[in-house]
Design a protein around this ligand. Structure first.
Ligand code: NAP
Length: 248
């Protein structure tokens, strides 16, 4: 179904999965406000959408999602400039790995702030406009790590599991207004986030993935694109796992 002319906010749109989502939306004719801290990377994404002559566009927006006031302003600016906000994808995320016994409060809080609190704030602001329009699509990028747990990632797994609970609560609250809220839980995807993993870790996980490979950002973008489309009108509160069979 048609997404032409819709307006989306995608956080973490400068690299990896968020970049792929932003480009996939723009290809479908969506005006995508892609947010991240690094403007130069966002501008490259915008340029690519232009060069590939997509029906929609990628509009770079500098935003640190841990800045509460800036999150609210971002949503208000988009709603004011475009007169609508159809789609919100909470994708920005970080890791600060370490064993639980030695994890600092700072490392725990930083991950919760960037991965969870940011999504809460953006959803709170965005749903005001979606409720008025009686239409909306929210997709939160969780992780199979949030469903399975992972040693060295207590902070990250807590943030990603909490995103699932928040997604389901929002789905129940917003269903009557025709706003859906779903999560996508990627497995191991080839991005900067997994590039930094030691070869030993990558080799260790490969036998656990039935498809015997990492996924791509584009494969996550396909799933997000469906859930964010009008076609997914009767799907809400779900977690779509996209992981080559790792978690089943
Ligand atoms: P990535 O390549 O490291 O990209 C992370 C993105 O988030 C970048 O665009 C980054 O931009 C942005 N970001 C980080 N902190 C931010 C902040 N404070 N404010 C605004 N933007 C911020 O990561 P990725 O692999 O694409 O991951 C995207 C999402 O998928 C994350 O939520 C991650 O947890 C989830 N995920 C990834 C995998 C995987 O295997 N890669 C698996 C499961 C789930 P700037 O640095 O420019 O701000």
């Amino acid at each position: 179904m048609d997404m032409q002319g819709q307006v989306a906010i995608v956080t973490g749109g400068s690299r990896g999965i968020g970049r792929a989502i932003s480009l996939a939306f723009a290809e479908k004719g969506v005006s995508v406000v892609a947010c991240a801290r690094s403007l130069d990377k966002l501008e490259e994404v915008a340029k690519e959408a232009k060069q590939r002559e997509f029906a929609g566009e990628v509009i770079p927006a500098t935003l640190d999602v841990t800045d509460a006031a800036a999150c609210e302003k971002c949503v208000e600016d988009v709603a004011e400039k475009h007169g609508r906000l159809d789609i919100l994808v909470n994708n920005a995320g970080i890791t600060r790995d370490g064993l639980l016994a030695s994890m600092s409060d700072d490392d725990f809080d930083a991950v919760i702030d960037a991965n969870l609190r940011s999504a809460f704030r953006l959803m709170r602001s965005a749903t005001k406009h979606m409720m008025r329009a009686r239409y909306g699509r929210i997709v939160n990028i969780s992780s199979v790590a949030g469903l399975m747990g992972n040693p060295g990632q207590a902070n990250y797994c807590a943030s990603k599991a909490a995103l699932v609970g928040m997604t389901k609560s929002a789905a129940k609250e917003l269903a009557r207004r025709k706003i859906t809220c779903n999560a996508v839980a990627p497995g191991f995807i080839e991005t900067d986030m997994t590039d930094v993993l030691p070869e030993k870790v990558k080799e260790g996980v490969m036998p656990l993935i039935p498809m015997k490979r990492f996924g791509s950002g584009e494969e996550i973008a396909e799933a997000v694109g469906f859930l964010a489309s009008p076609a997914a009108s009767y799907i809400t509160g779900q977690v779509l796992v996209v992981d080559g069979g790792l978690h089943m």
